[in-house]
Design a protein around this ligand. Sequence first.
Ligand SMILES: C[S@@+](CC[C@H](N)C(=O)[O-])C[C@H]1O[C@@H](n2cnc3c(N)ncnc32)[C@H](O)[C@@H]1O
Length: 218
Amino acid sequence: MTRPFRAPACAAIFVTIGLAIAMAAAGPAAPAPQALPPALDTLLKQIKGADTGQLAVSEEDGRFLRVMVAAGRIRHALEIGSASGYSAIWIGLGLRDTGGHLTTIEYDPIRARQAADNVRKAGLADIVQVVHGDAFLEIPKLAGTFDFAFLDAWKRDYKRFFDMVYPRLDRGGLFLAHNVVNKRNEMGDFLNALDRAPNLLTAIVTPSGEGISVSYKK
Ligand SMILES: C[S@@+](CC[C@H](N)C(=O)[O-])C[C@H]1O[C@@H](n2cnc3c(N)ncnc32)[C@H](O)[C@@H]1O
């Protein structure tokens, strides 16, 4: 007499065990992010959808920038590398709570125009100023100091931008740089400079996988 074929029952048990292990390894599901006003949510999704070069920061990184700006009571912010204005909008949302202002610099003329349009559509034109030009030439033309800088230009230039901005960063100010995890091999000199800078406390955070350095000037 032949024995009954039991493979389906065994397979079901293995699948169930496998799923249980996978769910335990993944941990509990992350809570849903805080909702934005629908029009703003739509605009941010449109910017992301049009960002074929994947230049913009992730949504998680954008939310993190907003909280840093608001919690740091930031008043004079600088961004190097606006692209189409995605991160500038998140920073601008934080500045709306603090009464501060952002200057964001972009040298690609088409992206600079898109950034200015998107900032206007977000209702942040009075808070965020988009400057079209090479940040190496435009930063020296800006008056005053900064209490927040977000660096998101080409990675090979990070050290030079840090050298340019650090002397103009207020005590108590924050210097943030993007992609310090996924592109760390392209910016070794910059990461060494963060380590060596006197009076700078740095932590690396990863709201998404790309990594942001957060440096506090004591
Ligand atoms: C990674 S994208 C910025 C993304 C943007 N921060 C966002 O999250 O929406 C880098 C941008 O920096 C700009 N860029 C690179 N070097 C620059 C420079 N020296 N001056 C101004 N913009 C620069 C590039 O044209 C590009 O649009």
